[in-house]
Design a binder for this molecule. Structure first.
Ligand SMILES: C[S@@+](CC[C@H](N)C(=O)[O-])C[C@H]1O[C@@H](n2cnc3c(N)ncnc32)[C@H](O)[C@@H]1O
Length: 214
């Protein structure tokens, strides 16, 4: 594990209960995020492979939402405290303590991956490898939904996120990274900030081309 991941792990471990109390019901007041996750789930079901990972799942509320939307969902997080909380909150679901950079999943197994504000702490230079790992575990035709903070400028911007440093991204740049990893970004939604941070919220849906398609 590299140093910033140790820092991310320690930072989230230290705020599990606070984070869960603030965010576990947050989607009830976020119709845009809810709509994108609903669309993602519908498209994943349509692939015929409902197995889906919620990567960087935190307290597990979105893993449970994916389950309620008909997916065979499990959560992955590098913070043992978050994983412990998720297991207690959702005992019927599977949660693994693991890094998104090394998923405990066989090649080509998943119909979908949800990364809801979990790639925000990854330094820009490390994102290509992180995305390559998501591509490794997606089945042909599988979907990835990434949500993050969007910025207008030409480059990603590091900022002092309340938990641990994070990056906001120009949406076009993030879409280029997805394309560079072999994914096809095909839907984007940005909206005014749901938080007080001031960045736009961005949701990008991408698909791994089905077999036989470039
Ligand atoms: C902002 S929280 C988002 C949690 C949840 N997805 C949500 O929307 O509420 C970021 C989560 O990603 C996890 N995370 C960050 N980097 C990770 C990595 N490289 N591998 C696995 N989990 C990671 C953190 O531990 C934390 O639980």
């Amino acid at each position: 594990m590299v140093e910033y991941q140790d820092e991310t792990k320690a930072a989230y471990d230290g705020i599990v209960e606070l984070y869960a109390s603030m965010f576990a019901d947050r989607l009830e007041t976020q119709p845009f995020a809810r709509a994108m996750i609903g669309t993602f789930a519908e498209l994943v079901r349509g692939t015929g492979n409902p197995r889906a990972a919620d990567v960087g799942c935190g307290p597990g509320h979105l893993t449970a939402m994916l389950h309620d939307l008909g997916l065979d969902a499990f959560g992955v997080d590098l913070s043992p405290g978050m994983v412990d909380h998720a297991r207690r909150a959702h005992p019927a679901l599977r949660f693994d303590e693991a890094r998104m950079e090394a998923l405990p999943v066989e090649d080509g197994a998943l119909g979908g991956i949800l990364a809801h504000y979990s790639m925000i702490h990854t330094p820009p230079g490390d994102l290509p490898a992180l995305l390559a790992e998501q591509v490794r575990v997606l089945a042909p035709g599988g979907l990835l939904l990434v949500s993050f903070f969007a910025t207008d400028g030409p480059e990603p911007v590091r900022f002092d996120h309340k938990v641990t440093p994070a990056y906001s991204w120009p949406v076009d740049r993030f879409a280029e990274l997805l394309a560079g990893a072999g994914l096809v970004p095909f839907a984007r939604l940005f909206h005014d900030p749901a938080s007080e941070r001031g960045f736009l919220d961005a949701h990008v849906l991408a698909r791994l081309p089905p077999e036989g398609e470039p």
